[in-house]
Design a protein around this ligand. Structure first.
Ligand code: PLP
Length: 384
């Protein structure tokens, strides 16, 4: 099997599992316990927090461990917007882009349904990017929060996050970036990016599913969503997933260490794969930004097919990928990301995404490109 669906999830890296192992076995303490076992767990959690903070260029106290990217996004969007609204009831609007992950979009919709917020959707261009001008055009005095993703999960487009965050800051509005797909590939220094909050997820990086991080800049007020024992400085109650935090920290440090070299290597492989598909498949369209895209994502529409049929045919040939996001898998509805980018619904529902991890091999991509040619041709023949 050639696995080209790393944007959906990745296997746990051996080094990560080794780092986690003690906290799943002998050192199984609860970090809130005062005995030695508990204190060992508390130290491991503190070390993991410091290690994540070093990558994010922030203080350890600005790192909150969560159950994943979805929870981090919910906490950022709801938590910051609700805290600001509590301080000033006039702050009742949130801005998101038209290509956000459902974890952000649905959090904003929840605020509208239950907390009288208005949601302003800043449009993207045909490549999936938001311009600072487009963002400035939707900011209002009542805007409580802007949430725009760093890199898109379906088409890989990278946003000009530093410029967007600066635009929000110029209006005194906090800026949250969903960096779940960016982590491991793009710089994550929160000072350079100028973000006030940023979400990460372990399982996209070689750590297990069910662990994530929300960075929240020191002075930013945030209302917790999960109440209880006051763990994570009151921002996220619940006994901490010590092994998950240790694994996430290890995976992030490993990804960061190899970043430049891996990024260049994978980007070059991605470009050859894109060339091979565009030249080999008549009518194939690359989706997303031609240059400002994740090294790890090649996404296309194949007009005259259905994305789901191409996926099935590819899997029959041993190539595993997805039609867009794992969340939308199995649905024949056109991708809202592609429709926001201006694709017609019948073209949008022919989307196929190939996403790679750092270990991707050129030979596998050559085989996959050939499989894509055959799969699209066979789906078109059957459909005609
Ligand atoms: N945000 C983006 C951009 C994602 O791609 C994903 C997962 O696919 C998430 C958030 C949700 O992360 P998790 O699976 O850790 O809940």
């Amino acid at each position: 099997m050639i696995f080209l669906d790393a944007a959906a999830t990745t296997p746990v890296r051996r080094e990560v599992l080794d780092a986690m192992w003690p906290y799943l076995t002998g050192e199984f303490g609860n970090p809130s316990s005062h005995h030695t076992l508990g204190q060992a767990a508390a130290r491991a959690l503190a070390d993991a927090r410091a290690s994540v903070a070093a990558v994010l260029g922030c203080r350890p106290g600005e790192v909150t461990f969560t159950s994943g990217g979805t929870e981090a996004d919910n906490l950022a969007v709801k938590g910051i917007a609700l805290a600001r609204q509590a301080a000033d009831p006039a702050l009742n609007r949130v801005v998101i882009s038209g290509v956000e992950h459902p974890a952000v979009e649905e959090s904003a919709r929840y605020l509208a349904r239950f907390h009288a917020f208005e949601v302003d959707v800043v449009p993207v261009d045909g490549t999936g990017q938001v311009t600072p001008e487009a963002l400035l055009a939707v900011l209002r005095p009542e805007t409580a929060l802007v949430s725009i993703m760093y890199a898109n999960n379906e088409v890989g487009t990278v946003q000009p996050v530093a410029e967007l965050a600066a635009a929000a800051r110029s209006h005194g509005v906090p800026f949250h970036a969903d960096a779940v797909q960016a982590a491991g590939w793009l710089p994550l220094d929160t000072r350079a990016l100028g973000v006030d909050a940023m979400s990460l997820s372990g399982h996209k990086l070689g750590a297990p599913k069910g662990c994530g991080v929300l960075f929240v800049r020191g002075r930013t007020r945030i209302e917790p969503l999960i109440h209880g024992g006051g763990q994570e400085r009151g921002r996220r109650s619940g006994t901490e997933n010590v092994a998950g935090a240790v694994g996430l920290a290890a995976a992030l440090a490993l990804a960061q260490a190899g970043q430049e070299e891996e990024r260049r290597r994978v980007a070059a492989l991605r470009d050859s794969f894109i060339d091979a598909v565009l030249t080999g498949v008549p009518g194939a369209v690359l989706t997303g930004h031609p240059a400002e895209r994740l090294p790890s994502v090649a996404s296309f529409c194949f007009p005259g097919t259905s994305g789901e049929s191409v996926l099935l045919e590819l899997e029959r040939q041993g190539v595993v990928c997805s039609s867009g996001s794992a969340c939308a898998a199995g649905s024949d509805a056109p991708s809202p990301v592609l429709t926001a980018m201006g694709f017609e619904a019948e073209v949008a529902q022919t989307a196929v995404r190939f996403s790679f991890d750092a270990a991707v091999a050129g030979e596998d991509l050559a085989v996959a490109a050939k499989a894509v040619r055959q799969a699209v041709a066979s789906v078109r023949t059957l459909g005609s």
